[in-house]
Design a protein around this ligand. Structure first.
Ligand SMILES: C[S@@+](CC[C@H](N)C(=O)[O-])C[C@H]1O[C@@H](n2cnc3c(N)ncnc32)[C@H](O)[C@@H]1O
Length: 212
């Protein structure tokens, strides 16, 4: 009699656990469908210096591939790259801090991220990144630099000590480098502690620097 009761309890526990697992899976699937629809509907309509679709996908895939969880974005604008990054983090169990100096753009970004269903994965900061990047404690395992290009070298220098080994610093618009972008690339490429490649999938180009 005792062993039958034990068997029933065990069966119940296994079924509950399988059920919970199935529900969890379908919640992620529902989110994936919502985000993908949002991105498809808005594709080619972004007008605030946003990354192209292809570059957003590169950032998303990179985070998933390396299972990054502590991300920082410099330059939210209206949130296109934010959505791609936050979507990846919804799958790795991570969180993104994103910085924007323009309140109007940030407001729109908050709405876009909400419409995509990703608010819980994003911490929006309205600030001058020159200052805030220095103050954020980190650590980070993923950084996307996409604000004022003249400051790229300084953003990198400020974040290098806060980036964990195996982490990745990415920067946008590096395909035809000039000014601060050129200076940043020359600097990071000669660092023995980093391996840097350029992804030219779009016209803009993304540099990807892994910390060894
Ligand atoms: C190229 S856009 C970012 C596009 C965004 N990553 C996307 O794909 O949707 C650059 C943004 O950086 C912001 N920005 C420029 N200088 C900044 C600063 N010092 N601190 C914070 N944001 C800044 C601009 O207002 C602009 O919205």
């Amino acid at each position: 009699m005792k062993s039958i009761s034990l068997l029933m309890v065990l069966t119940y526990l296994i079924c509950s656990s399988l059920n919970a697992h199935a529900q969890q899976k379908s919640a992620q699937q529902q989110l994936d469908e919502r985000v993908q629809k949002f991105l498809n509907d808005k594709r080619n309509t972004w007008q605030d210096l946003n990354v192209p679709y292809e570059d957003g996908k590169i950032l998303h895939d990179l985070i998933l591939q390396k299972k990054y969880t502590n991300a920082l974005e410099i330059g939210t604008s209206t949130g296109h790259s934010t959505i791609w990054i936050a979507w990846a983090l919804s799958k790795t169990g991570g969180k993104l801090i994103t910085i924007e100096i323009d309140g109007h753009r940030q407001k729109q970004a908050i709405q876009n991220v909400r419409d995509a269903g990703l608010s819980e994965y994003v911490d929006f900061r309205l600030a001058d990144a020159h200052q805030l990047v220095k103050e954020l404690p980190g650590p980070f395992d993923f950084v996307f630099s996409d604000a004022d290009k003249d400051w790229y070298p300084q953003y990198f220098k400020d974040l290098d000590p806060k980036l964990i080994r195996g982490g990745c610093f990415t920067a946008h618009n590096v395909r035809n480098p000039y000014g601060g972008i050129r200076e940043f690339l020359d600097y990071v490429k000669q660092l023995p502690g980093y391996t840097t490649t350029i992804n030219n999938a779009s016209r803009a180009g993304i540099s990807i620097s892994y910390k060894k």
